[in-house]
Design a protein around this ligand. Structure first.
Ligand code: NDP
Length: 279
């Protein structure tokens, strides 16, 4: 049987942690497949997608800056990818290309594997309104959370996110707030999720005083995974709050993508070991 080629396409992809996780999973299941890095610029996308359509490459994960730009090259979108308007996984089958987005499902899987929550009673404050925030917001809104408030620096972008959520939840109200009010907004929060790039290496939070306003039972969750323990999570831990690391979302979005690529159950333990070793 010919070896199947999968990979991650983006610009850049040199630091992607996906090859390690997927190749470990292929080896564990003894699949004749290989996962590679494909550094491709925007100009290179038409040629690259021809290779998928021709069957040379069987599937890819899509990372920055192409998550939206790839959509015109696809034949079909999953429900999540359509609502989110971004694709992180493309499956090629008999010349047909289908786009998926596994980020939101990966986030929920990770959250629920660590915490038992009655979502109908949970007040969520989501910080951010970019691609990751939209995927997480869409997933959380689908669980029927009691409240989902969006805080973002650019208010217009927060409004766009809410407008997208309301396509699926026309009767729900999603309040928006500003960074200046974060302390007050956090007073009633059960779950705070950072889905901005703040806290990444070299990008410190200008102000973490809102952490002091959270109730003692709150969970603080971060989608940023480098470093594993972000400034936000450190501040939350120091206060004795429960924390949820971004690497869980990374693991489970990859596991879901693996299942879409192969039709087989992902060996999550093996993928997690590889990820932990490389992080
Ligand atoms: P986007 O560029 O789409 O969005 C960036 C977000 O960060 C926006 O809300 C932006 O606010 C905000 N932001 C950036 N700089 C600042 C700042 N100085 N002050 C306040 N807000 C700021 O990026 P993504 O959504 O794709 O990615 C965000 C993070 O999520 C990244 O760190 C990425 O690595 C991580 N991620 C993690 C995943 C995982 O599996 N754990 C999966 C996908 C992403 P504004 O709109 O005002 O510019």
């Amino acid at each position: 049987m010919a070896e199947k080629i999968f990979g991650v396409v983006g610009d850049p992809v040199a630091h992607s942690l996906s090859p390690g996780m997927h190749n470990a999973a292929f080896a564990e299941l003894k699949l004749e497949a290989e996962y590679r890095r494909f550094p491709v610029t925007a100009e290179g996308l038409p040629d690259f997608f021809r290779r998928l359509r021709d069957g040379e490459i069987s599937g890819v994960n899509v990372t920055v800056p192409h998550k939206q730009a790839v959509i015109p090259f696809l034949d079909e979108l999953s429900e999540e990818a359509r609502v989110i308007g971004a694709v992180n996984t493309v499956v090629a089958e008999n010349g047909k290309l289908t786009g998926h987005n596994t980020d939101g499902a990966g986030y929920l899987k990770s959250l629920f594997s660590e915490f038992t929550l009655n979502m109908g009673e949970v007040y969520v404050v989501l910080i951010g309104a970019g691609g990751a925030a939209l995927a997480v917001a869409h997933a959380l809104a689908g669980t029927g959370v009691a409240s989902l408030e969006i805080v973002n620096r650019d208010k217009g972008r927060a409004g766009n996110l809410v407008a997208r959520l309301q396509v699926e939840h026309p009767n729900a109200h999603f309040p928006t707030g500003s960074f200046a009010d974060l302390g007050r907004i956090c007073e009633d929060a059960d779950l705070v999720v950072n889905a901005t790039s703040l806290g990444m290496e070299g990008k410190d939070w200008p102000d973490l005083s809102f952490v002091a306003e959270l109730p003692g039972h709150a969970i603080v969750s971060d989608v940023v995974y480098v470093p594993k323990e972000t400034g936000l999570l450190k501040a939350a831990s120091n206060r004795g709050l429960k924390v949820h690391y971004g690497c869980g979302m990374l693991l489970h979005q990859a596991a879901r993508a693996f299942e879409l690529f192969t039709g087989k159950k992902a060996p999550v333990d093996v993928m997690e070991k590889t990820l932990t070793r490389t992080l």
